[in-house]
Structures are given as structure tokens and as C-alpha cells.
Design a protein around this ligand. Sequence first.
Ligand SMILES: C[S@@+](CC[C@H](N)C(=O)[O-])C[C@H]1O[C@@H](n2cnc3c(N)ncnc32)[C@H](O)[C@@H]1O
Length: 360
Amino acid sequence: MRRRNMRATTETTTAADQEGLYAPGVDHYTSPQRRDAVKQLWEEPVTFKILEYALSQLPRGKRLSVMDIGCGAGEGLHLLKALRATRSVPDLPRLTYRGLDLDEGLLKLAARTHHDEDDAQFWHGDIRTDIPEEPFDMYLSCGVPYSHLSADELLDTLTRLFKRVSRHKAQSVVVIDVLGRYSLEWVPNWGRARWPYRMSFFHSEQQADDVLMTFWDAQALTTCVRTASASAGCRVSQQQLFDRSVMVGRHTATGQFNPKLSPYRLLVNRLENGMPVATDELRMPEVPDEAPDSIRMFYSGFGHRWNAVLDYMSQRSRDLEPAVAGPMLARGLRAVEHTMASGLGAGHSLTAVITLDGRQ
Ligand SMILES: C[S@@+](CC[C@H](N)C(=O)[O-])C[C@H]1O[C@@H](n2cnc3c(N)ncnc32)[C@H](O)[C@@H]1O
């Protein structure tokens, strides 16, 4: 079952309204190259940690209702099913899953892919206006759909969502996935919060178009959530922020917005696959003085550890062949990412997990 197409009613249209914006996305989501070593070993563990944390915030029931905001091809459902399959959340209840998205092509792919097990439906609609009235246990998002919205639109959308939770005296967890403002991938654009972005990393013959996206840091996102919660009269009982892909975001490989940056993702994929890499190319870059203090301090501590791993490993692995030395070095660097990323907006994506208690 799919909901009727409901047109956006807001004045400002997001580029996702543009016909065919995600046409190359259909090829990308079906390409085996999409799940490279970095995605599997660096990114997905962070995503799973976020989901495990989000699930831990909810009382265990017989079913778990999930609304996947900007679901695209249904990646959120894949992730939840993977959590159950890998037994990291063995008692994950059966799902009532609803995906909401504007893109017909991705929704068709989602419906083709997920036609079994759990109760899953994919609805065509706009996240700014078409989130249904009935409350869900989890409002999931992944793949930064909320970054399509302007800051005002995100505020309106969250306010509307929080009001539903409050009206129904529900307990819900809201996962808000956005692009990180201070990723190394786009240092030249750090001065502005909304700019034309391009998903040129899609594995597709078709060219990706420019699309206006909003980039968030911890402070701006927290303010947006607090304002929405105050105007909706819905209490936020917990908030946790997570950075994902500090050094290995997909645009480190394209060089699209920061051509001076080393292609870290390509290099790390080579390491993980046991291929030779000149370790000098992996050194941490300089971060501009104009960056906010918290961001400069973060990168300074992070870079110190990252470079220390490079120095240590290059001295000790001189006599080892790349098939052994590469994965060893990659493992050390990965540990730096996984232990130091701290939810500031200093990665490719920033994810807020908001626990709402609408009962008071
Ligand atoms: C990068 S994709 C992520 C898709 C999926 N969640 C994933 O992780 O693969 C962003 C999605 O947000 C959707 N989107 C953007 N603006 C939207 C809006 N206003 N309403 C509904 N969906 C929207 C796009 O169509 C696209 O499918």
C-alpha cells in the first residue's frame, strides 16, 4: 500500500522536489561498489552503534513501529534487519515499518527489495508536510535526508513531529541525520550553512545535479531541537550526538569541494584491501584558524593521534608486505576514528538521537 502523492505546500521547495534528482541514486543503491571497505568497516559500525543506542531508549514491546523519514530505497529497513541478523540486538521485536520519501524511483526500488517478512510499506510524500498523525516508536532517518531542508523547514518539521508525540502522550525516539558542517571534505565552504552540494560519488553513469543542502554543527542542531521541543510542549529527556566519517567521507575521494585534500577514502580502501599506500599521503591536513574553537581543538587532538598511529606503524611495519601492513595500519586509524569522533559536526554526517517523553 502506498499513500497518495501529496504536494509540498511550503513556499521554498527543496531540490528533492526536482524531477529526477535521485535518478542516479537508483544505480548507486544497486551497485555492489557502494559497500566498499570503508562503508563496511568504518561507517556501518557507527550507524549500528547509533541505532543500538536509539533502541535502548525505548521500552521493549511486542512490536516496534518505525517511520523512516526520507527512506529512499529503504536503507533504514536494511539496517534494522541487519541488527537483528547479526544478533547485536537479538530481541529486536517485529517491525511495523513505514518509509516516507518524495522520490518515485527510489520508492519503487524499496518496494521491490523489501516485500517479505516485516510489515513494511513505502509511502510517497513530503517529510515537511506528510508525517502521519499517529505516533511511531522510532522516527528514523539515515543518509542525511533532513539536510535537504532549510534550517527553518527543519525547525517546522521537528515542531510538527514533536507535537504529534506530545498530543498522543507517546514516548518516541527521533534520529536526525544531517550533513556535518565542519567536515574536512568541504573546508572552503565552512563559512556558510547552506550551499549547492552534489552527490558526485554516486556509482552511476548519470550525472548528479547540484542541490541546496544545509550543513549542521552540534550547537545549531541542539538549538533547533530545543526550540522545536519548547514550541511543541514536548520534553526531550535525552539527546546524544554522533559524528560519522571524520577522515573518510565520500567526498574525500571525489575532491569535489576540497581539491587540496588527500583522497583519504580511496587510500584507506587500498589499505583495508592490502594494497600499497604512501603513508605520507594519509597525514592529517591543517585546519583553518577561522574555524570555531571547539572544532579546531577537536581536529588538533584527533590529528595528533592519527599522525601518531601513522608514525608508529610505518616504523614497525617496514619489513611487512602491504597485504599484512595495510590492514594493520587501517585498523589503528579506524580505532582513532571510532574512539575520538564526538558529535560536533566534524564528520561527513552528524546524527542526533532525541528521546521524547510526551507523557507530561
Ligand atoms: C541521500 S537519500 C537517503 C535515502 C535513505 N534514507 C538512505 O539512507 O539511503 C535522501 C533522501 O531524502 C529524500 N528527501 C529529500 N527531501 C525530501 C522531502 N522534502 N520529503 C521526502 N523525502 C525527501 C530524497 O528523495 C532521498 O531519497
